[in-house]
Design a protein around this ligand. Structure first.
Ligand SMILES: Cc1cc2nc3c(=O)[nH]c(=O)nc-3n(C[C@H](O)[C@H](O)[C@H](O)COP(=O)(O)OP(=O)(O)OC[C@H]3O[C@@H](n4cnc5c(N)ncnc54)[C@H](O)[C@@H]3O)c2cc1C
Length: 594
């Protein structure tokens, strides 16, 4: 079963759920022509179906090999990567000055979903390169940009992101890799990084590593971290490749999923130190890294959307083929396809609606980040930046949880065959499992949401969003469309619960921080379910107004209704979990350690 990008759903979510069409109309995207969006996504969908999707199982079966110091990817992968570069797919959102197409991040976000749906382990390589481009463009010196940006933008030299060390995972500030100043203005880096995605491979002739390390006189913690660019091969003045740099893959991990994406232990300094170049200022590396991580967090959320949709496509096809039992009152002779059974329909709807809600949240995050970067009006920019910052942890954590839940339902719909590798359903579940862990675990995202994003400016970004969502609910109610069922009421109740819980947490962040931390994850879930529900309803209204522009409008109303009545409705219970549950959590030591 191959992958088909759900172009109609993506365009609806992008233009209406996420507000791209309105932002273009308001002039925030300058002279960008919104009409090209559909054409870009169609072409991306073709590349994904024709080139990437057929390699998904090949990569899973063959995995990565490390022999004689060389890392080898699965058969067909280096060739596919060269086709990726030739097709210009790496350069979609890259800066035009360095050979990129300069398209909005929002369009690239939709593309990231497509690559992840087709072949998530392949898409992971350019995902990190894009973050590297962003960091170098924002913080790098003119000289470093001149040498490296064009190659990164085209994809000829992909980027890696190297934070993690054995003792430094979520707690990045405890990293120990060392950087010494050299006489020529460069640095010599030594240390060991673990779990480095695409740390080495055979798809390109050079790799550009973005590595966090500490100077000898650096203050402790995150305030003493600097970011360095370390090429695998040094680059000569004429742009040709020079000596091999002192950064090597010394091991690869054997993993639950993502078999085709190398996860490397990287060793620096066995031969005098890796030559590194400072990005930004000394000891200000976390600032640069945050630029990288915010991009990457949104992109990982989009991986969750992509895998959820891919799992849905496989499960839907299977449910139409597999025959077991009969529908109540069926007059057919033999057994019916399992899609006739209400419980199977429920699972399929759950997958489709949740993927749609997560998609809209991720795209809205991208539009906010775009407007923050492109708008000319200072207030519009600041409001959009606050919106983007608020939505980023929700986009990452909610969408990757949805990716896992959908992949698990995909296995369930396949019954026993779901547990057998040949259907591909199991691979989606194995591949999805890392998403809530890397790029900051979902627990860390929830803490970020409560302690930084909600708390910023007394909750101003949250109150502004709730007001907008309330406008959508009013429009649903005013539509008087019976097909919406109880959608309006469910959304209204959820908004009330979200507002009360936000106020409760805002107060606890300063007065009882452990209570706020205990409630962070259920709060993020509630936020995602309420936001996603409102966005699905808003875009269903837009689909109705557009007539048949996005496929049968009634389909979108049904999806919005299902989500509101099955997922958003949980907000009330989650409110109780946050407010009543903290005491048990914070008094749990006796249970856990007793
Ligand atoms: C396949 C794969 C690819 C990866 N790719 C990269 C890469 O390219 N570059 C890179 O630098 N890293 C990479 N990583 C590392 C990844 O980002 C880390 O695994 C992740 O940040 C979690 O760190 P940890 O594994 O040390 O877990 P820990 O930090 O030990 O966390 C364990 C658990 O404790 C929780 N926890 C920790 N601290 C807190 C806290 N303060 N409050 C509440 N809960 C807390 C976490 O949420 C988690 O549930 C990759 C990992 C894997 C497995």
């Amino acid at each position: 079963m191959t992958y088909r990008a759900p172009i109609n759903d993506m365009l609806l979510a992008l233009n209406h759920g996420a507000g791209l069409a309105a932002a273009v109309k308001a002039g925030h995207y300058g002279d960008f022509d919104g009409d090209i969006t559909a054409a870009v996504l169609e072409e991306a969908g073709k590349f994904a179906s024709d080139v990437l999707a057929p390699l998904n199982t090949v990569g899973d079966d063959n995995g990565i090999k490390l022999a004689d110091g060389k890392v080898t990817t699965a058969p067909g992968w280096p060739d596919a990567y060269q086709r990726w570069i030739a097709g210009g797919w790496n350069a979609v959102a890259g800066p035009e000055e360095f050979g990129g197409q300069g398209l909005p991040l929002a369009i690239n976000a939709a593309c990231v979903e497509i690559w992840s749906g087709a072949n998530i382990a392949f898409g992971l390589c350019p995902l990190l390169t894009l973050s590297a481009i962003e960091a170098l463009d924002a913080h790098g010196s003119a000289e470093l940009k001149k040498i490296y940006l064009e190659k990164l933008v085209s994809g000829a030299w992909p980027g890696t992101m190297q934070l993690t060390e054995p003792q430094a995972g979520s707690d990045v500030g405890s990293l120990r890799s060392r950087a010494e100043r050299a006489d020529d203005g460069s640095y010599r880096i030594s240390g060991t990084k673990i779990f480095i995605t695409y740390g080495d491979h055979d798809m390109t002739d050079n790799i550009v590593h973005f590595v966090l390390a500490r100077l000898p006189d650096a203050p402790a913690g995150t305030k003493g971290i600097s970011l360095f660019l370390i090429p695998k091969f040094l680059v000569n003045a004429d742009g040709s490749l020079g000596a091999r740099n002192d950064i090597y893959c010394s091991g690869i991990e054997h993993k639950l999923g993502m078999h085709a994406a190398p996860t490397c232990t990287m060793t620096m300094g066995d031969h005098g130190g890796a030559v590194g170049y400072l990005i930004g200022e000394e000891n200000r590396g976390m600032l640069c890294m945050f630029t990288m991580m915010n991009q990457a967090r949104l992109a990982v959320g989009l991986e969750g959307v992509g895998i959820a949709d891919r799992a849905y496509q496989g499960a839907l096809a299977y449910a139409q083929e597999r025959r077991q039992g009969r529908a109540l009152g069926s007059k057919s002779q033999g057994m019916d396809p399992i899609i006739v059974h209400p419980d199977v329909k429920r699972m399929l709807l759950q997958m489709r609606a949740a993927a749609g809600a997560a998609r809209s949240i991720c795209y809205a995050t991208a539009v906010a980040l775009d407007v923050a970067a492109r708008a000319t009006d200072a207030k519009v920019k600041a409001d959009a930046a606050a919106r983007g910052a608020l939505l980023t942890p929700i986009a990452k954590a909610f969408s990757t949880d949805i990716g896992n839940e959908a992949a698990s339902l995909g296995v369930q719909i396949h019954g026993g065959m779901g547990f057998i590798e040949e259907t591909g359903a199991a691979q989606h579940l194995r591949d999805a499992r890392i998403l809530p862990i890397y790029e900051g675990t979902n627990g860390i995202q929830a803490i970020d949401l409560v302690t930084r994003k909600l708390a910023a400016n007394g909750g101003a970004a949250v109150w502004a969003l709730l007001e907008e969502l309330s406008g959508i609910v009013k429009r649903v109610e005013a539509s008087n469309d019976p097909a919406f069922g109880t959608t309006g009421a469910k959304l209204r109740d959820a908004l009330g619960a979200l507002e009360r819980t936000s106020r409760w947490l805002l107060e606890r962040v300063s007065t009882a921080p452990n209570d706020a931390l205990a409630g962070a994850t259920p709060y993020l879930r509630m936020f995602g379910g309420t936001l996603g529900g409102c966005m699905l309803a808003g875009q269903a209204l837009a689909a109705r107004d557009a007539g048949d522009g996005f496929g049968d409008p009634a389909r979108h109303v049904t999806l919005a209704r299902f989500f509101a009545e099955n997922v958003t409705v949980q907000a009330g219970a989650l409110e109780r979990t946050v407010m009543d549950g903290a005491e048990a959590v914070n008094g749990a030591d006796a249970v856990l350690l007793g």
